[in-house]
Design a protein around this ligand. Sequence first.
Ligand code: NAG
Ligand code: NAG
Ligand code: NAG
Ligand code: NAG
Length: 271
Amino acid sequence: MDSYVYLLYIFILSHSIVTFCHCQIFVFITEPRVTSIVPLNSTALTVNWEFASQAYDQSDLIRIYIVFYEFYYTYNRVYASTNYTFTTANKTITSLTKNFELVNAYYYVCFSSNSTVTNVSQYLSIINSCTLTRTCSRSGNSCPGPSVVTVLATNITSNSFTILFLWPNDLPYTWNSSAVKLTNNSQTVSAYLSSQNNTYTTRSYQFTGLKSQTSYTVNASFSYAILGGTPTTNITILTVKTSCSSKLLCADDLLFLLSCSMILFFTNALK
Ligand SMILES: *[C@@H]1O[C@H](CO)[C@@H](O)[C@H](O)[C@H]1NC(C)=O
Ligand SMILES: *[C@@H]1O[C@H](CO)[C@@H](O)[C@H](O)[C@H]1NC(C)=O
Ligand SMILES: *[C@@H]1O[C@H](CO)[C@@H](O)[C@H](O)[C@H]1NC(C)=O
Ligand SMILES: *[C@@H]1O[C@H](CO)[C@@H](O)[C@H](O)[C@H]1NC(C)=O
């Protein structure tokens, strides 16, 4: 039985190779890829890419298209695509440096390529492999990259706490949704309060009716997108411990108090 299956396998394999060779479609094509996007100073970026080794890539006509989307708070624009055509003989350019008018702005850099094997009319087209980046600070001394969304717990009491999402206003993502859940008791809060200052748009979720001095595991997630693209979900897990109830002494405090009085007792006894 086993050897029968094996023979069948050999037959299928050899048959498919024959088919491949007959149709002349057995070519390897791999796309060029971005290796890094480097902020040079407060107004310029360099995009670096590499071509696949010819051991894996038999394409003889490669087109590269690079598009920069620029964002500065509510302002945005798109620059005309920078296009390159390469043949096997002249794959010489592997970077593009672009200087912009704005200082310390955000850029969504989209890299597309079309690698073709001309004599068999086969191609591999990769459209919009995009990265969010940012030029350096105004002084040019630091290049910290895009701001990030911060998730944290505040206003912790013995029976409640609040989970905050701090969304930097300069981030060019659009907020799709957010959800906060306690994994201990599956409690969720769907209503949130939203407020805004110059730096952040804050969304806060308040949990109430909790036990004092208890560790809660919070699953906080939000989903965002850029330029109407596919949404991405970010999940943050936080552990939040509610405080002591003010009226009662907590177990830890009691122990601490007890050891303090013991030390007092002994130091007094030693005198
Ligand atoms: C940033 O670097 C680019 C490219 O080297 C250069 O053209 C531009 O003048 C520089 N800008 C500043 C503000 O230094
Ligand atoms: C490579 O050669 C092709 C065909 O001669 C030409 O169209 C293209 O501009 C060249 N590309 C570069 C980067 O020199
Ligand atoms: C890629 O290049 C091939 C050959 O020039 C062309 O037929 C095809 O339409 C191109 N594909 C895309 C998505 O541009
Ligand atoms: C904006 O709000 C956040 C969150 O409440 C706070 O941490 C930050 O200090 C505020 N910034 C300004 C400039 O008021």
